[in-house]
Design a protein around this ligand. Sequence first.
Ligand code: SF4
Length: 396
Amino acid sequence: MPPLIFRKGLDLKHEVAGTLAENYHSALVSSIKEHDYRYASGRLTIHVAREFGFCYGVDRAVDYAYQARRRFPDRPVVLTGEIIHNPHVNEQLRAQGIRFLTDAGESVDALTPDDVVILPAFGVTIELLESLERRGCTLVDTTCGSVLNVWKNVKRYAADGFTSVIHGKYWHEETRATASQARHGGSGHYLVVLNREEATIACAYIRGGAGADRDGLLARFEHAMSPGFDPDLHLQRIGCANQTTMLSSESLEIGEMFRAAMRERYGEAEAAVRFRAFDTICSATQDRQDAVAALLEAQRMDLMIVIGGYNSSNTCNLARMCAPRLPTYHVAEPECLVSALEIRHKPVGARDEHVSAGWLPPAGRVVIGLTSGASTPDNLVEQVVRRLDHLVNLSR
Ligand code: SF4
């Protein structure tokens, strides 16, 4: 029997709406929005970016997960991994008895037709999907429409004989899923480039000449290219795409770097038929980045707080935008604001959490900028605001 797949919810939206609001809504955040995205109390002023927090894709994924739990109260409900990159949201799902395939002791091989499996907002690889289908599991697919749009583009590249050059993190679930789509029946190829530095290496190879180091390229992209990738064959026709949550300005620049390399190698006319590009940054990511850029231009602030999971790509990129301009603290949860003297945070580019001292101005007016990633619920933002108020105004 073919597996049952729910792609448009499970007709229980109204039934779970109350629980979702209880778990993630914030009256304080609604009030801040109504007051020009500003919170003032004592010597503290907070300016909040005009777009922040849950995006449409995350909203939908979490909604479907709650619906799945409600619809199948007596069956095992399993997530293929984190539904989104926010520890608070994932803990709420665990508390409802939803299991995670990535946990120790869990395995796809142990799944049966009785299991209800939720696919996350960033999608899963074709291999995993086929494996779940073979096992006859009931599937609740929450893959975001913006991710599906990337897949459509890379599949078209493959069908037309183009290699997908994906600006993304090769280890990220979304990019792994996109890369599997770029294979398109096993015939397509892909190369994942993380940043300008990696784009420079790949572009040097395309240009050819003295800088082209085949072994160096293969070693550098060992984990970031399709099986059988041959740079002499598979960089002749390329199409650019990106993980939806990358830094938009960097993605555009990388696209232009590849376009220029192809022009240099093949000439203007030939490059026009050998190079394609689609900006696949999602609108929610773009809106949040634009809002942070506007906030940085509009306000003079002492520091910036960016709230979101440390493995959340879009949150990390919001912090990257702020860090060159003012002291920036990417925090995963309200408890990271340990005291007026100490904060736990992930510095831009660091792998682990650090502890910094003396992060709050000790006297006078304090103006703080605030934003949160697309997987951060408003109730966490509220807790951070309340904690800032306490630390600035009461704790001395
Ligand atoms: S960040 Fe963009 S692509 Fe990802 S779930 Fe949200 S809307 Fe969809």
